[in-house]
Design a protein. Structure first.
Length: 255
């Protein structure tokens, strides 16, 4: 079995794969400092809760945008499972050509998403990841990653509202009944959700225009992406496990 680990700025997401099928997904927060033993024990307990043993894990692959965490997770996997994980980075086989001046600037998560979207849906495809930041990356029909757009994520925007405006409260991020808020909370929710919907639709339209594409697949992922997907016809597919599937695809490309 394969452990696929996506280390994001907010959460660490773990996928357990058996013969290309996801057996389960798990999350833990990224910002809490942990030792290699704590990570190893966490992964061990995940397996135990599924009736599995650490010997069932044959391999692991990691995509990370938080370098400080990598060392502890890698050592935890080596110590508790005897596997030396693949770390997505320069030199790894992806099948994607990165057409930007400095390919090393492209985050591992964006590469993994691009691989997954292209392999699963074909190109041209725009993959949108609603994470801590919202990223939009275009992969052309010939598997070229042509460029992308990065904007503040929904949660970052929400944090900015209540941290920088003294009278605005913390709120649950959800779509209100109407875009015309009747109180402070619903007006903030309307601004966050409908504002992000409008941003998404505009960026998709401009990407098509500048790339000269009449048609392209649009695939979304990320925890808050479902809210946007449900409210627009501009997104064709929503896959919450897209990044984990991309890690599984990348693992098999290295074999």
């Amino acid at each position: 079995m394969l452990l696929a680990i996506d280390i994001g700025n907010t959460n660490i997401t773990i996928g357990l794969f058996k013969e290309n099928e996801i057996e389960g997904t798990f999350r833990m927060t990224t910002k809490i400092p942990r030792t290699s033993d704590e990570y190893g024990i966490f992964f061990y307990n995940i397996l135990h809760s599924r009736g599995l043993h650490r010997d069932d894990i044959d391999a692991a692959i990691i995509a990370s945008v938080v370098p400080d965490v990598n060392h502890h997770i890698i050592n935890g996997l080596i110590k508790y499972f005897g596997v030396n994980p693949i770390l997505v980075g320069p030199g790894i086989k992806t099948g994607i050509k990165i057409a930007i001046p400095n390919p090393k600037e492209v985050g591992a998560d964006r590469i993994v998403d691009a691989v997954a979207a292209y392999e699963l849906y074909g190109g041209p495809v725009l993959v949108i990841d609603y994470g801590t930041a919202t990223t939009h990356d275009l992969v052309l029909e010939d598997a070229t990653l042509a460029g992308g757009v990065t904007s503040p994520g929904i949660r970052i925007s929400a944090n900015a509202l209540w941290q920088d405006a003294a009278k605005l409260p913390k709120i649950e991020i959800m779509k209100p009944d109407s875009i015309l808020g009747k109180d402070t909370i619903s007006s903030m929710q309307a601004g966050l959700v409908y504002g992000h919907i409008g941003q998404t639709e505009y960026i998709i339209r401009k990407v098509k225009e500048e790339a000269g594409l009449d048609k392209m697949h649009v695939v979304a992922t990320g925890g808050l992406g479902k809210i946007i997907y449900d409210e627009t016809d501009s997104i064709e597919h929503y896959d919450p496990n897209l990044t984990l599937k991309g890690l599984n695809i990348l693992y098999h490309k290295q074999q």
